[in-house]
Design a protein around this ligand. Structure first.
Ligand code: ADE
Length: 227
């Protein structure tokens, strides 16, 4: 899978893709993430990619022309499944959307900044708008990293234990059960006996019961309608 991220701040995104699971996914050739500097497509020598809003008002707007040139350049080299714009007014990102996007081959993600992008970009180039939550970030970069991480870890072969992504919170509309590691007792705090029993069926039943209990307590909406 290939994700091309268009940004005015490439260094902001270098670190998330240079460590741990995402780094390994790159090294194994399972995911390629390219950071594209929008300023490389700027139309003047000052490398401006933003300008004042027509009609006045505070805040700059990302100009249509550099973005159009950039997206058209990328599209001239390969087909893309989606051209995504990260925006607080997009569709709320969740696990089902991550699952769906993990089945695609090539994605473009455009990171917004300032007051947003010229509306003509959204009308003519963007096929999907995604928000990672009902709050406003100072730019789309951190949101793009969140979305890319959630997608890439689902690709077959990225996680060591293939089943571990399937038992994540939200994969079956339930949050994950509690987990414990050694020692079995710390300061008198003991782990549940069943986890030491070696009885797989009982352990699975306990985990399911715990997931259900936690979901009812913490996220009852997940059980009702997957919200
Ligand atoms: N850009 C700014 N805020 C954002 C959000 N909540 N989700 C996605 N992109 C954003």
């Amino acid at each position: 899978m290939r994700i091309d991220i268009i940004t005015v701040h490439p260094p902001l995104l270098e670190s998330p893709f240079s460590h741990s699971i995402l780094k390994r996914a790159k090294e194994k050739g399972l995911a390629e993430v390219n950071l594209i500097n929008l300023r490389d497509y700027a139309i003047n020598k000052h490398k401006n990619v933003d300008d004042y809003a027509f009609g006045g008002g505070a805040g700059m707007v990302m100009m249509v022309e550099p973005i159009a040139l950039c997206i058209e350049d990328l599209k001239s080299k390969r087909d893309y499944d989606e051209v995504i714009y990260m925006s607080p007014d997009g569709e709320l990102f969740d696990q089902p959307m991550a699952n769906k996007l993990s089945l695609t081959k090539n994605l473009i993600i455009l990171c917004g900044h300032y007051k947003g992008v010229d509306e003509r970009v959204r009308e003519h180039f963007i096929t999907k708008e995604i928000s990672i939550g009902n709050y406003v970030l100072s730019g789309g970069e951190l949101a793009a990293a969140v979305v890319s991480d959630a997608i890439i870890r689902l690709l077959p072969g990225v996680l060591n234990d293939e089943t571990s992504a399937l038992s994540d919170s939200f994969q079956d509309n339930m949050v994950a059960p509690p987990v414990y590691s050694r020692p079995a007792e710390f300061r008198g705090w003991k782990i549940p006996d069943v986890l030491l029993s070696g009885h797989e069926a009982n352990i699975n039943q306990w985990r399911y019961d715990q997931s259900l209990k936690r979901t009812k307590e913490r996220r009852p909406g997940l059980l009702r309608d997957g919200e």
